[in-house]
Design a protein around this ligand. Structure first.
Ligand code: GTB
Length: 221
């Protein structure tokens, strides 16, 4: 039985790959693992059946045999550990790739996500512009460090890894904001990630939730 992941039945982004099932789909496509997708509504996410899989009532989740996982980073890590292609064999290189996974989720993503959330939830607050500036300065600090470290390399540490996969999904959220574009090597890095066949397959699959009649289940062979 292939693993089953969950995704939004109707993602607020209309299928632009911003929801976090995208990184799990991409990882599965990179390693060539077929998977099923169960599409869930906002209401179903808060029901006991889904809460048993995800304590916070969110997507994505991952079920495989008697294993149930939540947290996109943990799921990508599990996929990378179980299949060749997303983590190097060399122990030190593997440890560094894992460090980049944490850096993406724990250091780079928070100010980027907070900025997006503030744009939705705090737009009418009198301090909105000031807070945006603070968040954008935090983002620039992260992008500056990342840009210097990447330099003119294709990927963060040698071959493409799960660290790059997560970092690209995090940085994508800044596309068109002007912030990413201030760092041309990072914009090119994101474009390189998006050009990977596995990324394209994952993107098309999540977009298909919107473009085809949804049956509540997707199968990716
Ligand atoms: N840390 C967890 C992880 O990485 O798995 C966070 C999971 C999470 O935030 N899930 C969101 C969710 O289920 C979807 S991804 N939200 C529903 C809820 O909390 O009730 C966040 C997200 C949602 C929508 C967009 N978008 O439309 O642009 C982008 C990102």
């Amino acid at each position: 039985m292939p693993p089953t992941i969950t995704a939004f039945e109707r993602s607020p982004d209309g299928g632009k790959g911003m929801a976090r099932d995208m990184r799990v789909r991409w990882a599965l496509e990179e390693v060539g693992q077929p998977y099923d997708v169960r599409l869930v509504s906002f209401k179903a996410m808060k029901q006991p059946a889904h809460l048993a899989l995800h304590p916070f009532g969110q997507i994505p989740t991952y079920e495989e045999g008697d294993l149930a996982l939540f947290e996109s980073g943990a799921i990508v890590f599990h996929i990378a550990e179980c299949h060749a292609g997303l983590l190097p064999d060399d122990a030190n290189a593997r440890a560094r790739a894992i460090a980049w996974m944490f850096a993406a989720l724990d250091t780079v993503e928070p100010p980027i996500f907070d900025r997006s959330l503030a744009k939705i939830l705090e737009r009418d607050e009198p301090w909105f512009e000031q807070r945006q500036r603070v968040l954008e300065d935090s983002i620039r600090k992260r992008l500056g460090g990342l840009s210097v470290r990447l330099g003119d390399a294709d990927w963060l540490d040698g071959a493409f890894s799960a660290g790059d996969l997560l970092m690209v999904t995090v940085l994508r959220r800044l596309q068109g904001s002007g912030l990413l574009e201030e760092y041309p090597n990072l914009a090119a890095y994101v474009a390189r990630g998006e050009a990977r066949p596995a990324y394209k397959h994952a993107f098309e699959a999540q977009l298909a939730v919107f473009t085809s009649a949804s049956t509540g289940l997707q199968r990716r062979a």
